[in-house]
Write a protein of this length. Sequence first.
Length: 469
Amino acid sequence: MQLPRQFPAKMAETVISKTSRSKAMFSLSDELMCLRVCNNEDPSKNICSFDRDVGDLEETLSVVSDSIGAKGVKESLVVLFSVRKPPSPDDDGRQRLWPFGVRKETFDAISKSFSLSRFYSQMHSDTTSMFFDENDSAGTDSDGIQRCIMQIEYPSTMRWSLALSFDPSTCTTGALVHGLFPQQIDDLVKDIIPRSDQIGLPMLLPFVVFTSRARSTNSRVIQCHREMVDWERRTGLSPEWRADNPIDRTRHEKANLGLALAELTTILSKLAYLSFLGDFEAPMLAKFDRFNQRSVQAMKGTTMNQDSHHARLCAMETEFRKDNAFCRETFQAAKERARYLTGRTNAQVQAIYSLIAQRDSALALKDNAALKGISEDQRTIALAATRDSAAMKTISIITAVFLPATFTATFFSSAFFRFPTDEAADVVSKWIWVYVVVTTLLSVGVLGWWYMSRRRKERDIELGLLKRE
């Protein structure tokens, strides 16, 4: 069987595309931070260290392995942060694929050492916002390790991803976090260290992140509420609940309604995003509970299954569910408030549209009144012009009638003509008929010429109008 000629070219293009995309996912150098927390049976031997610059990854992983396997260690948390560089002035925060802050070889070494999910790189490449519990539906793998991955891609200020694994045999949580800025990493570490006694629960790390996001979501909803109320007052459209505190309903006459409409539309966009957070992130917290519960149950039958230790983890898991439920309710309350504010802001937008239409209508009425005045003036001018035209026409006719007679009389009275009379006593010359005939002919000729000229001009005007149409 002979393959089509274009098949190798297409195949090569596919390989090149995948290779280019794979290269775009990784950096040319390693930029890692490491948080390591180990709880010992002897509290004085507890370890809590944060390395802001991991120089030799192999050495770091070796130290981590030794500390986990040390005698007396009950539980451990090791987090490697793939640092995201601060944005440049030209960066709008909307780049679709943020490369890992490590080389591909380093990424593979971390994935192997922590037994991370094989779907992490694919999720990152697809830029999909999701939480995937690998063992939720498929069950626990043969190695007994619990794995999950998650990624938040929609906000431009905090786009991050996480690959996490939990080994019940050593009660160790290993994680690779990507996409946080150095300042965000510092804040996360500061929130985790006071809760180091809970590192036996693998979902502690993402829960701390979500707790911060819940507070941020709630504060943003409050800010949107304040902005919306401010515009209600500035436009005079605020609801009046107290009779002793009346609202000036004429403020909209001085307000910039176009600016108000733009700002309220921006508030609607913010509220839509905050409502989405409640719909999307609150269900993730429920999955955290299932992951923790399954991980604690998986510790039965392992070397870490000491009654006191397991009982403490079960108690912590119960308290964790309470904290998690409170965080979910925070998201839910913010979502419900955002939906209420969305309806209230939409009412303001519709009212402003009506005010703009009323303002345009008032301007149109003023324009119509002005146009009516102009029309009256034009009518008066037209009437005056008609009267002037009639007067000029009368003058023209009178002039046309008397001009030939005057001309004939003047011409015949000149020294060029002599009309002798038979008797000196005659009052009227017998040559008067010459004057009458000549005057009549001239008058008829002049009036006829004037009438024909007028008709010709009217026809020219009519033809010109027809050509324009």
